[in-house]
Design a protein around this ligand. Structure first.
Ligand SMILES: Cc1cc2nc3c(=O)[nH]c(=O)nc-3n(C[C@H](O)[C@H](O)[C@H](O)COP(=O)(O)O)c2cc1C
Ligand code: SF4
Ligand code: SF4
Length: 261
């Protein structure tokens, strides 16, 4: 039974969940959403199961995931599911947004099941990550949750997302402002003198939004605000405003990176 699992990740949490699911589901293929959206038109996967794994941003979907879902036609897919990762709250409205997009999209077919997995929060523009012990605890719980979700997916469990009134209100209040300015929000990113011109920020950006000019990163204004460049710079040289300098950095410990040059 073939599964295609589409994913988007900045700091590796959603990729770790996607990999954990794929290890447990037979004949599973992982496909980065950032590579699929480069083509135009309808996306109509042929598989017995199709899943989407991505982070929650401001109680909604990353813009790239919303755009991808608008083009996704699941009408010929027997079972579809989503697994969203998040630091705290907002998973239900984000799942519901995905359901709404898919049912209005080309396939007019939504999800059979939607799940969330709590992970360490990575939004360094607002907070530092939890301490090491807490991260270890959250990741151990997440592993168990992924195991449980894989079991439910194998059984074809039906768990359609629904929207509670409060979740709808929160999403309505915070998501639109985020999503209308997201691509340009890299204008507040700066690089300081600790930059070693290693090129890792270019390498980790999932949407090719950074190039090096005279050895320094330049942002190209199609940012997804995934935080990867800020979180993964080995020199801690990338800032956004004056608060990030004092904050610790986070990425999922399983994230495999090529060494910077
Ligand atoms: C722009 C942005 C907005 C976020 N908004 C939320 C949110 O509304 N609720 C939440 O629980 N976590 C939020 N987070 C935290 C991420 O959802 C969480 O850390 C996720 O697991 C990161 O996944 P990744 O490592 O695959 O990128 C946000 C993170 C970012 C970067
Ligand atoms: S990752 Fe950091 S040190 Fe490396 S080029 Fe980018 S800003 Fe400079
Ligand atoms: S520029 Fe930085 S925050 Fe924006 S998408 Fe790329 S890695 Fe993510």
């Amino acid at each position: 039974m073939k599964t295609i699992l589409y994913y988007f990740t900045g700091t590796g949490n959603s990729l770790a969940v996607a990999e954990g699911l794929c290890r447990r589901l037979p004949d599973c293929e992982l496909v980065p959403i950032a590579s699929v959206v480069k083509s135009s038109g309808r996306i109509a996967p042929e598989a017995d199961r199709v899943g989407i794994t991505a982070p929650v941003y401001f109680s909604g979907l990353p813009a790239i995931v919303a755009d991808f879902s608008l083009r996704l036609d699941l009408s010929k897919v027997p079972y579809s599911f989503a697994v969203l990762t998040l630091g705290g709250s907002g998973g239900t409205p984000a799942l519901h947004q995905l359901e709404r997009i898919l049912t209005q999209g080309p396939g007019k077919r939504g999800l059979d099941a939607g799940f969330t997995v709590k992970m360490p929060g990575n939004y360094v523009l607002m907070y530092s990550p939890p301490n090491e012990a807490t991260i270890a605890k959250i990741l151990a719980q997440a592993d168990r949750r992924v195991e449980e979700i894989a079991g439910m997916v194998e059984q074809g469990v039906q768990k359609r997302p629904s929207m509670p009134l409060f979740g709808s209100l929160v999403q309505h209040l915070i998501y639109p402002r985020f999503v209308t300015s997201v691509h340009d929000a890299d204008r507040k990113f700066t690089v300081d003198d600790r930059c070693t011109s290693c090129g890792r920020c270019v390498q980790v950006c999932p949407v090719e939004n950074i190039r090096l000019e005279e050895g320094r990163p330049v942002w190209l204004h199609h940012c997804e605000q995934c935080m990867a460049c800020i979180q993964l710079c080995p020199a801690l040289a990338i800032q956004a405003g004056n608060k990030t300098e004092k904050r610790d950095r986070y990425c999922h410990p399983g994230l495999r990176l090529k060494s910077p040059k």
